[in-house]
Design a protein around this ligand. Structure first.
Ligand code: FUL
Length: 441
């Protein structure tokens, strides 16, 4: 009996400690996705050889002939750069498939590469496995080559290709549906059957998250510069969205207390173009520019999908590799010495503040904070304060937090830091706080 009473008491305590979720919350797969934060996009195909961004679908298969294609090199560099996965253009708007699809005659099989015996997706899948990276697929619904494009039959062709892709290359973490919808070879536009496309992905890869302008799992951030809104909600009123949604500002910011959890993903290229162009070899973004993108994507609660235009040899170009690795080094300089290590501080959580007391005064200029998004996104306004001469002084203010917020302020020396929560939709739940002295200012 006594044992029973103790058990009941413990169960009661556990229940009392578990907060109630507020509003829309992420699924288990979305939670895992948030933690990835940073992964690569690879645009590769005939355009990498013809110096185009959008092929017209009439390119001869002969143009695709990389002489040194090495997916292990891509994976090695992405891994060393701190990325968690690679999403590849299995098929871009020109319709050329990087794998030998049964449903097209415009593929690697018809190209001279490896005498038509090659399969880029197969090589990438093996390389990702070897380097512990996740793999994702971009497969453009717009197809400027396929003879059925613009007819209802094409939706089935596309579904067949989706099935090939989702069943032949192991686990996929993300499937990327581009919103572009132009004319095909017969001059007609396609009416896409997105519900059927989504169903196909979920049937064969139940854990893969679907990206499109409208989700259902991940939304476009509304620009190709890599910047999430300064206020950025992972929640949005999902019923208003559709593929090729024309309100980028809405996608950029989301909706406070929105009906659906559809977090933003920032896609941006390390060069001006998505595909490789020799004349952009000296236009690779600098580590500092990439840091700015990091702060405005990951630092605003979104994920960063950074594109690397693999070159016409089939390799990540030396200049891109250099920038990626230097950016990793820079991020480590910023974020490897968290001043809030275990045992160096005490904390006190109140209804509207989170107070940290360091064991001794420290110099810092950056605070990283995360909400416990399992219970929803709640905070919409907060200030970072430090105690100086026994008085709290505000050094920075910001709006939303969500998965992560990175806040910079002029360097200060103090023993006491406070996150003063000034606006919430529900009782705030902070999961993690970090403090850094970064090279930012
Ligand atoms: C756009 C496409 O039209 C571009 O070519 C590129 O693939 C980009 C990521 O998405 O909608």
């Amino acid at each position: 009996m006594r044992k029973f009473i103790i058990l009941c008491l413990l169960a009661g305590m556990a229940m009392a400690q578990t907060p109630k979720p507020f509003g829309a919350t992420p699924t288990a797969d979305q939670l895992k996705w948030h933690n990835l934060q940073y992964y690569a996009f690879v645009h590769f195909g005939p355009n990498s050889f013809t110096d185009k961004e959008w092929g017209d679908g009439k390119e001869k298969e002969d143009v695709f002939n990389p002489t040194q294609l090495d997916c292990r090199q891509w994976a090695r560099i992405c891994k060393a750069a701190g990325m968690k996965g690679i999403i590849i253009t299995a098929k871009h708007h020109d319709g050329f498939a990087l794998y030998p699809s049964k449903y097209s005659t415009h593929t690697v099989r018809e190209s001279p590469w490896k005498n038509g015996k090659g399969d880029v997706l197969k090589e990438l899948s093996a390389a990702c496995k070897e380097y512990g990276l996740k793999m994702g697929i971009y497969i453009s619904p717009w197809d400027r080559n396929h003879p059925t494009y613009g007819t209802p039959e094409y939706n089935q062709v596309y579904v067949n290709m989706l099935k090939e892709i989702t069943t032949q290359y192991g686990d996929l973490f993300e499937v990327w549906f581009d919103g572009a919808n132009g004319e095909g070879p017969n001059g007609k536009k396609q009416v896409y059957d997105f519900p059927l496309f989504n169903k196909t992905v979920k049937t064969y890869q139940p854990h893969a998250l679907i990206f499109s302008d409208a989700g259902p799992d991940i939304r476009w951030v509304g620009n190709e510069s890599g910047f999430a809104g300064e206020t950025c909600w992972s929640t949005i009123n999902g019923a208003a969205l559709f593929p090729a949604y024309d309100k980028p500002k809405h996608l950029n910011v989301g909706d406070a207390n929105g009906t659906h959890w559809i977090p933003a993903e920032c896609d941006v290229s390390i060069r001006p173009g998505w595909f490789y162009h020799k004349n952009e070899d000296d236009k690779v973004k600098t580590p500092q520019a990439l840091m700015d993108i990091w702060n405005k994507s990951v630092g605003r609660g979104a994920n960063l999908l950074l594109n690397i235009p693999v070159d016409n040899r089939g390799l990540v170009h030396e200049n891109d590799a250099k920038a990626l690795l230097e950016f990793k080094k820079l991020r480590d300089e910023y974020f490897s010495k968290n001043l809030l290590k275990k045992g160096t501080f005490t904390k006190k959580t109140g209804a509207d503040s989170y107070d940290i007391s360091l064991n001794k005064a420290q110099t810092f200029n950056c605070l990283v904070v995360q909400e416990d998004i399992r219970y929803g996104q709640r905070i919409n306004e907060f200030a970072v304060q430090v105690k100086e001469n026994n008085e709290w002084k505000t050094v920075a203010t910001a709006t939303t937090i969500g998965h992560k917020r990175i806040v910079y302020f002029p360097r200060v020396k103090s023993k006491d830091v406070r996150i003063a929560i000034q606006g919430t939709l529900a009782k705030p739940i902070i999961a993690n706080v970090e403090l850094y002295d970064t090279p930012a200012n």
